[in-house]
Design a protein around this ligand. Structure first.
Ligand code: ADP
Ligand code: MG
Length: 259
């Protein structure tokens, strides 16, 4: 009996069925308790293994993505942001746009939830099996510029071109140097029609000429980004300020106008 168990463990290890191996007795006891037939018991064991593998893949994918914080779609209050259409976000959460290699622009003033939605949609994409990388725009451009100086631009562009979804956060907070605009253009061209790019920006598309310092480069970048794209423009108040106002309202007790 004991020998059998060791043999089972050895075989499960060799097959890399580690969840079944680690919980073998519990799983078999449970299968017996539920009086599962062989087919059902096999499905039950497979489910345990698949769940473990999914969990690990999501954990790995999330760590590779380098999100700055944890943000989820469940944590997004639609009531606080009436200009965001919940149906459209649910549709994006299916990941179909990533499968198609479409781009997504999230535009709007500071504090309206652009980065929150970008991270949350990034997580959804990982759960659906896509590789994701989150990069603040300034860091991405600084990395490209450094690689250019060091003579390994090609490698850096390949690095940023690789993930199925690249999230470029906060484009336009600082204007780009003209060299940087050209480097960014190279990256956008490389990703064009291969992978999805999600960009958050506090600037409207019309203002991108001044962000890139060169209307010709800006047009070339926009031309590729907008070709297969979804654009969500969020209007309204900063969520952070709203929270501040609300807590002020709770503490103060004075008559305050609703936001
Ligand atoms: P932006 O990127 O547009 O400047 P953020 O996404 O960083 O704004 O949002 C600022 C803060 O407010 C974050 O902590 C974010 O999680 C939170 N936040 C913004 N909008 C919402 C919302 N509708 N529901 C819940 N939290 C929100
Ligand atoms: Mg942001």
């Amino acid at each position: 009996m004991n020998v059998d168990h060791e043999r089972m463990v050895a075989m499960l290890t060799r097959l890399k069925l580690t969840a079944i191996r680690d919980h073998l007795d519990t799983l078999l006891d449970e299968a017996a308790r539920q009086e599962l037939n062989l087919r059902e018991a096999l499905a039950f064991l497979c489910e345990a293994e698949v769940a473990r593998k999914d969990q690990r893949r999501i954990r790995m994918g999330t760590s590779i993505a380098k999100f700055p914080t944890v943000r989820t779609l469940d944590g997004f209050e639609y009531d606080a942001q009436p200009s965001v259409d919940p149906g459209q976000i649910r549709d994006l959460a299916t990941g179909r746009w990533v499968a198609n290699g479409d781009n997504l622009l999230l535009l709007g003033p500071p504090g309206v939830g652009k980065t929150h939605l970008a991270i949350a949609l990034g997580r959804e994409s990982i759960e659906r099996g896509y590789t994701v990388l989150f990069a603040p725009a300034t860091a991405l451009v600084a990395n490209l510029a450094k690689a250019h100086r060091d003579g390994n631009l090609e490698q850096r562009i390949a690095f940023y071109a690789k993930p199925k979804l690249l999230i470029v956060d906060e484009l336009g907070y600082l204007p780009f140097e003209s060299d940087a605009s050209h480097l960014f253009f190279q990256l956008v061209s490389r990703r064009y029609e291969r992978g999805s790019t999600l960009i958050t920006s506090n600037r409207s598309v019309a203002e991108w000429g001044s962000v890139f310092g060169d209307p010709v480069v800006a047009t070339a970048i926009l031309d590729r980004l907008l070709h297969h794209s979804h654009v969500i423009t969020i209007r309204g108040d900063s969520y952070r300020l709203r929270e501040k106002r609300r807590s002020g309202l709770l503490r103060g007790g004075a008559v305050a106008s609703p936001a």
